[in-house]
Every structure is written in structure tokens, then in C-alpha cells.
Write a protein that binds this ligand. Sequence first.
Ligand code: C2E
Ligand code: CA
Ligand code: CA
Ligand code: CA
Length: 279
Amino acid sequence: AKEEGGPSFRFFTRGMNEAAQQRLSIELSLRKALERGEIFVHYQPKVDLSCGEITGFEALARWHHPELGLIPPDTFIPLAEKNGLIVRIGEWVLRAACAQARTWIDEGFSDLCMAINLSSHQFTSGNLTSMVKEVLDETELPPSCLEFEITEGILMERTEKTMRILSELRDMGVRISIDDFGTGYSSLGYLKRFPVNTVKIDRSFVREIDSPHEDAAIIKAIIAVARNLNLQVVAEGVESHRQTEFLLAHGCNEAQGFLFGKPVHPDEASLMLRAGRWR
Ligand code: C2E
Ligand code: CA
Ligand code: CA
Ligand code: CA
């Protein structure tokens, strides 16, 4: 039995070492990625469900690794959160996205809203409020054109510092959205107590609309409660017309998903904007 177990055990540890080594090497190159200009931003449109117009974009970070090619954010963002690099990456994304929003506003798309993801680390290290203020000043961007997407987890932690920063951002006129809404441990009631403008319904609920044993009760409830609290409701991961019709019928305001457009290079996003409404 020992003989049999030996080689596979060795194989197993060798596999683990390779994975660990690759992670370490990715982590080392991530430190250099910003300086080397390997991090960039793609933009995914959000549309107004009642008229089909593009209301804004979500900025999504991308990393082009010189040897490994495109590394998805689901891989490098968690790494960056672990080693603290997310603070610098986040600032970089914010600056790039605000500069892009400035360009689009100058082209006449003045009511665009630019959405940016924030990690909890960005609330605890550095001075987020003054950094955001600085970027808004530099780009002369109206604060209402900027929306931060934060997860329920950040709200649930309810640390004093996070709450203070959220209030400061809201006081500046910046918008706050709850990302992946419904996946956390939220009681819908807490929405009333936080300075939030928007809830973004998680893709998993949107997917339910199309499933054969449709269980759309949750999504209906989320939309109803959010609307009662005067919150904007955005659905993410919309891929079908059926989902679109359902969301529209139940009072969802905006949608984002592959049906309307994938995250794309800013030049391509510009073309979408100029082409006008989606339908
Ligand atoms: P997220 O914030 O929930 O972003 C939405 C993700 O869903 C994006 O993946 C987007 O490409 C994908 N998506 C959009 N529409 C559809 C659809 O119709 N169908 C399907 N299957 N997927 C859709 P992406 O760009 O790979 O980003 C993954 C996650 O990485 C984001 O999830 C976000 O949590 C994180 N992330 C990306 N950029 C940043 C950033 O700059 N800062 C932080 N803190 N996190 C980021
Ligand atoms: Ca998001
Ligand atoms: Ca999301
Ligand atoms: Ca999600």
C-alpha cells in the first residue's frame, strides 16, 4: 500500500508546488505590472431598460501578462487584495476611468455615469476620500458622474471607518452601489440605514429568470423593496431578451450584460456611445 501511495503523493505535492510557484511568480510580476503598463481598463455599458440608451459604463480592470497573456480579474484581484497592491491598482483604475469619462463628457455625453469597483482594503488603507476628491478636481468631473460599486460584505463589516468614508463620499455627491446584491447575508432592511443609491442584482438571480423551473421570487422581491426605498435597480449579467422583458416588466431600471455589450476597449466603447441607443 505504501508503494502505491508514494508516487501519487509525490505527484500531488509536485502539483501543489507548481501551482504555488506559479502563484508566487504571478504575484511578483503583478508588482511590476502597473509600472510596465500591463494593467488597463475595459468598459461595459449599462443601459436604461425603458429607452435602451446607454447610461454609463462599468470600469473593469484587465491585466496583460507578457508571457501568460490575459489574466482574468477573478485571478489577479484576489491576489492584489491579499498583498495590498489593490490599493494602487484601484487608484490607477479610478484615474483611468475618470479621465475616460472626462473625454466622453467633452464629446457631449454629459449624463454618463462611470462605475468603479472598490475593495474593502481601499477603505482601510490610505485616504480614499481625499484621493477621490483629488481625481475629481483634476478631471473636473461632476461627482454625480462617478459611482462606486461595493459588495455587501463591506457594508456588513460596518466598521466605523468604512461608514465614515461612505458618508464622506456621499456628501461629496458621489454615488454608491451595492454590487452582487443578494449574495451576501443582507437583510433588505439594512439598505435603509446606509447611504446607498443603487442596488445591483447579482447575475445568479438574473440567470434564474431563464431556468426551466423559474424561481424569480427573489429577484421580484429585491426589485420591489429597492424601488420602495427609492433606490436605483440595476441587473447584471443580462444575456437574453426574455430576461430583459422580465426585468422591465417588474420595474428594474437598468441592465448590464453580454446582450448589450461585453467589456471592451475604450475605442470600441466610444463607438457604442456614438451609435446611440441599443434598440
Ligand atoms: P463584478 O464587479 O461583478 O463585474 C461583473 C463581471 O461579470 C465582469 O467580469 C463582467 O465581464 C462579467 N459579466 C458582465 N456581463 C456578463 C454577462 O452577461 N454574462 C456573464 N457570464 N458575465 C458577465 P470581469 O471583468 O472578469 O470581472 C470579474 C470581477 O473582478 C468583477 O466582478 C470585480 O469583482 C473584479 N474586478 C474587476 N475589475 C476590478 C477593479 O478595478 N477593482 C476591483 N476591486 N475589482 C475588480
Ligand atoms: Ca462590479
Ligand atoms: Ca457585480
Ligand atoms: Ca457578480
